[in-house]
Design a protein around this ligand. Structure first.
Ligand code: ZN
Length: 283
């Protein structure tokens, strides 16, 4: 194993930190020796070109995502909003039902109290003495008081119900608007999905073929960078600058990148760097 064998930085969580020149042994880099230069140093040209191909695929996938724009996010947001409204609607409908039931029970109670007072009122005149007459009068008063109390509560309940009906109406209108919006967005997204389906399948297939050629560490590194900068995980070193962030690359490092002796990431933006000459030689 050559002593210049490099660590590919799979464990390195900080993408913005530059890969160092540590001399970690890495068994899975044998294949790169075949691509070795005259002095038998490991050569990552093939790997870098693979990564470059991968970025082009991801760039196309990113463009498709761009076409779809914020539709997927909008759809998710709409669904969330609708779920919240639906929960409130259910709560309010439940409350309304309870208030209606309470009102109905009170009305029934008042009806029976009313009947009772009529009967008592008639019996009042059949009272045998003053005490009996007073007792009946007291009972009638108590019943009239109960009726009044119930009526006050019924009035209160009617107020609550009125407000609930208003809010249910308002929420239902809101819900229906969101539903229409969701339908429109979903139809739009479905048609875009259909339009790009073939292309996406093809790109995903192509992506898989390239990824299979990369070792796991490098794949992890790439996916992490690509996760943050879809389709822009690779930057080209052009005239001493990173094409991703335009920061300058130290001259010594630039030479190392050109020699493709290791996989280097940009110190400022974290993108994997490839020398412009490597790409132009191929094209
Ligand atoms: Zn950069």
């Amino acid at each position: 194993m050559d002593e210049t064998n490099e660590k590919i930085s799979g464990e390195n969580e900080e993408l913005d930190s530059e890969l160092d020149d540590s001399e970690t042994e890495e068994a899975n880099i044998y294949e790169y020796f075949e691509m070795g230069t005259k002095n038998k140093r490991p050569n990552f040209t093939k790997t870098l070109l693979n990564l470059y191909e991968l970025t082009k695929v991801d760039e196309e996938l990113a463009e498709i995502d761009e076409e779809k724009g914020d539709l997927p996010v909008r759809i998710e947001n709409l669904k969330e909003k609708m779920a919240v409204i639906e929960k409130h609607l259910d709560e309010d409908k439940g409350k309304l039902k309870n208030f209606e039931a309470e009102e109905k029970a009170l009305m029934k109670e008042n009806k029976s109290l009313d009947d009772k007072t009529t009967k008592y009122d008639e019996s009042k005149y059949k009272a045998k003495n003053n005490k009996e007459y007073d007792d009946i009068t007291k009972q009638i008063d108590a019943m009239l008081e109960a009726i009044q109390k119930n009526e006050a509560r019924i009035k209160e309940l009617k107020g609550y119900q009125e407000n609930l009906v208003k809010s249910i109406l308002e929420m239902t209108r809101n819900f229906d608007e969101l539903k229409a919006e969701l339908k429109e967005d979903t139809t739009h997204l479905n048609s875009l999905n259909k339009q790009f389906e073939e292309e996406e399948t093809e790109l995903t297939e192509k992506r898989k073929v390239i990824l299979d050629q990369l070792d796991e560490e490098l794949m992890g590194l790439y996916e992490r960078i690509n996760g943050n900068m879809k389709g822009e995980a690779i930057a080209i070193v052009r005239k001493g600058n990173c094409s991703g962030c335009y920061n300058s690359i130290p001259p010594q490092r630039e030479i190392e990148i050109r020699m493709a002796e290791n996989i280097y990431t940009c110190q400022s933006c974290g993108r994997i760097l490839i020398d412009e000459a490597l790409i132009t030689n191929i094209q």
